[in-house]
Design a binder for this molecule. Sequence first.
Ligand SMILES: NC(=O)c1ccc[n+]([C@@H]2O[C@H](COP(=O)([O-])OP(=O)(O)OC[C@H]3O[C@@H](n4cnc5c(N)ncnc54)[C@H](OP(=O)(O)O)[C@@H]3O)[C@@H](O)[C@H]2O)c1
Length: 275
Amino acid sequence: MAKKKNGSLRLAFIGGGKMAEALVRGLLDSGAYKRGQIDIGEPDGRRRAALRKTYGVRVNKANVPLVSSADVCLLAVKPQEIAPVLEEIGPHFSADTLVISVAAGITTSWIRERSGKARKIVRAMPNAAALVGESATGLYFRPRIGEEAKRIALKIFDSVGETVVVGKEDHLNIVTGLSGSGPAYVFLFLEALTDAGVYLGLSRDVAARLALQTVRGSSGMAAELDKPFALLREIISSPGGTTVAGLKVLEEGAVRAAFTKAVEMATRRSEELSL
Ligand SMILES: NC(=O)c1ccc[n+]([C@@H]2O[C@H](COP(=O)([O-])OP(=O)(O)OC[C@H]3O[C@@H](n4cnc5c(N)ncnc54)[C@H](OP(=O)(O)O)[C@@H]3O)[C@@H](O)[C@H]2O)c1
């Protein structure tokens, strides 16, 4: 694998569900990979037909033939399906196969033990926003995996958003609690902001549009200005003004502590569910 150019690498996705589709779309749209380089293994016939039609990639019922000719094997089945899948395909990995798993909570040691000759294992924790090309993804590389494998994995996940690399595998539990579950926290915030607007007299549609654009605009502003979040908050908080009045209530309601606790609980849950 290390000697191959990107243009001749073959990627096999095992599982053609939501996450695999998001990644395939990202890889094709960004030009990182061409159709002919991507295979998907997927048991559901209707799903296979839909993926073929939409993306023009090869989609197979059987996984083993894909794995045997793949340089990179992306495990994109549900965590509870990964044991039988590895039992089936693990013996067909070569020592050069790069195995990348997106399965939540499945450790690289667990995968390594079931991956035959494969030594290069990467674990990724993307989030639901990958579906719109805006994932926040955490990646963990097993030691001695090599620069080429790292580059390939980064390229795959950079095609659906922003990627960070964590040095300790345990930190992927925190990534799960923060950005994996994060979209749900943001949806709750959007819902609460909208309800508040409705409570005070705005129509639901108007309040929802304002809430959504506020979150979108604030993230865009934070990304572009690249300043500490606390400083951005200060910039828009005039002394004695409306924003400080609102922020005081949020602090009294211990919102900051609630976020810490929420991420902590989600992290602990991720640890409990890990294999
Ligand atoms: N979606 C997210 O936001 C997200 C975020 C982070 C991580 N992940 C991880 O991504 C993985 C996939 O999640 P998903 O949301 O994409 O789930 P999904 O939509 O249910 O996709 C899983 C796919 O795998 C297929 N499959 C089942 N058994 C298989 C087998 N033996 N060989 C090949 N394919 C098989 C399923 O087909 P059938 O439907 O016919 O069973 C389904 O199409 C999970 O491990 C999850 O933890 C997802």
